[in-house]
Design a protein around this ligand. Structure first.
Ligand code: FAD
Length: 301
């Protein structure tokens, strides 16, 4: 697969080749930095179209997001997308983070509000300068020539009253300057296709990347549902029921399920797919190997 270093994510998304990107997360503490660095480097060696690095909830691991992104960008020439959240942040903190992103030479930023964790819900909000991701998007737009991503939710964000409201606010993010959207994890591609129809109808025309989470361990299931509220199709729950107690079999089946979802997306007109690879190089490698005759090929062929 061809890599383009100093490249805006939208150049990749709008190019001819099918793209596959991987998401990693930073360490929570200094002690695990080396192991995370090693895992993310192994994923970078697979030459994904780009890699994204998450930002800790409430800014908890903020300093490591950029160290991980900078390391991969410099050593592996893989285009990087740094996540940034604004919940509970002051204008000063966000201005400092934007300066640091620029200093690292990163031009792609995923602009997020961040989750309102129970601790944040109960904390003093007087120093919070941002209500929603849209406020951060305006700020990024003013402060640099960034390619900006935003999050979207095929199964509706849990705080939204309904999908119409959620899509209305999504359009505000795109109107404010979001250049592309990445979805919350989906396990049923039809939910993604239905969502895509609805947002196109609502006048949102930027590229939308479906997010695929390979579930390779039965313990991940309840966490994934809690985090995303995602619907688990019968085909998926049958797989976990059958193989969940055999770790090696579950891993193989989970990689195959994610691969199957990705192939179905490519086969049905979706050119770009993002994988929540969760710092697991063997899983990223398994999916990449399964797609070896597909990736790097023109989507138009
Ligand atoms: P927003 O766009 O602000 O939306 C949050 C809610 O508010 C939605 O219900 C929306 O409909 C509503 N809303 C938006 N604007 C308005 C408005 N003007 N008035 C009223 N309501 C409004 N979390 C992290 O902590 N770190 C990460 O790195 C991270 N990466 C993510 C990547 C992806 C692809 C996704 C899908 C999620 C990610 N998250 C991450 C989780 C995300 O922070 C949470 O889902 C969070 O609850 C919402 O973030 P948002 O940017 O979508 O917020």
């Amino acid at each position: 697969m061809e890599v383009f270093a100093f490249m805006k994510i939208t150049d990749i998304l709008n190019g001819n080749d099918m793209s596959l990107s991987f998401e990693v997360f930073p360490p929570k503490k200094e002690a695990s930095f080396e192991s995370v660095k090693l895992a993310t480097e192994k994923i970078a060696e697979l030459k994904p179209s780009f890699m994204s690095v998450t930002y800790g909830a409430g800014g908890g691991t903020s300093e490591y997001t950029l160290s991980v992104a900078k390391n991969i960008k410099e050593k592996y020439d893989v285009p990087m997308l740094a996540h940034l959240t604004c919940v509970s942040s002051s204008k000063e903190l966000i201005a400092k983070m934007i300066d640091e992103i620029k200093l690292c030479g990163i031009e792609n930023v995923m602009a997020l509000r961040g989750d309102l964790t129970p601790e944040l819900e109960n904390s003093d909000r007087s120093a919070w300068d941002y209500a929603h991701a849209v406020d951060l998007i305006y700020e990024l737009k003013q402060k640099g020539n960034f390619c900006i991503g935003a999050a979207c939710y095929p199964e509706v964000h849990p705080e939204s009253a309904n999908q119409r409201e959620d899509i209305k606010h999504l359009k505000e993010k795109v109107d404010a300057g979001a250049d592309f959207l990445t979805t919350q994890m989906v396990f049923d591609n039809n939910l993604f296709f239905n969502f895509l129809y609805k947002i196109r109808e609502a006048g949102i025309f930027v590229p939308v990347i479906p997010g695929i989470m390979p579930i390779t361990n039965a313990n991940q299931v309840s966490r994934a549902v809690k985090l995303s509220g995602a619907f688990m199709p019968r085909r998926f729950t049958a797989m976990v029921d059958k193989f969940g107690s055999n770790p090696a079999a579950m891993k193989q089946a989970g990689i195959a399920y994610a691969t199957d979802q990705i192939i179905d997306l490519y086969a049905n007109g979706i050119k770009n797919v993002h994988v929540y690879s969760m710092n697991k190089p063997d899983i990223a490698a398994g999916i990449t190997a399964n797609l070896s005759e597909i990736l790097g090929k023109s989507f138009l062929e």
